[in-house]
Design a binder for this molecule. Structure first.
Ligand code: 2BA
Length: 109
């Protein structure tokens, strides 16, 4: 068994969870926050059989879009107004950051 962990943008989470359920996959959604943008995103935990992992990744890929976002970097700790000029910059976010982990045991009581 594998655990697929997918960090996706909030805008894509409804379509992704609907598609997963429709195709018979079980998933848990967690509200999360990106370390870089410090904006809300959604983390999916999807436990599934090894041979179904490619199907899950395909669903994630088709449900999650890549978007450009403008960010103004937060002042680093300890810097002064004189030494830090925050210029807005554009970053590409998503479609999704996906991790596939081995599951040693699974129990559902
Ligand atoms: P954030 O950490 O808020 O990152 C949002 C986007 O900002 C990233 O998109 C990337 O394009 C950019 N970015 C992140 N760190 C950067 C840096 N040090 N310098 C320049 N640009 C940077 P994605 O790569 O699509 O990531 C989207 C979200 O997925 C991330 O939100 C984070 O919550 C999660 N994520 C991505 N890679 C991860 C990893 N290796 N471990 C844990 N979470 C990860």
């Amino acid at each position: 068994m594998k655990m697929v962990i997918a960090v996706v943008q909030d805008k894509d989470s409804a379509l992704l969870s609907q598609t997963l359920v429709k195709q018979g996959f079980r998933a848990t959604k967690l509200a999360s926050t990106g370390g870089f943008l410090r904006a809300g995103n959604t983390t999916f935990l999807i436990g599934t059989d090894n041979e179904k992992v490619p199907d899950v990744i395909d669903i994630i890929q088709k449900s999650c879009k890549s978007r450009k976002q403008m960010v103004t970097p937060v002042s680093p700790l300890g810097s002064t107004v004189d030494s830090f000029m925050p210029y807005p910059m554009e970053v590409q976010v998503g479609g999704a950051a996906v991790f596939v982990l081995d599951v040693q045991d699974f129990h559902s009581f």
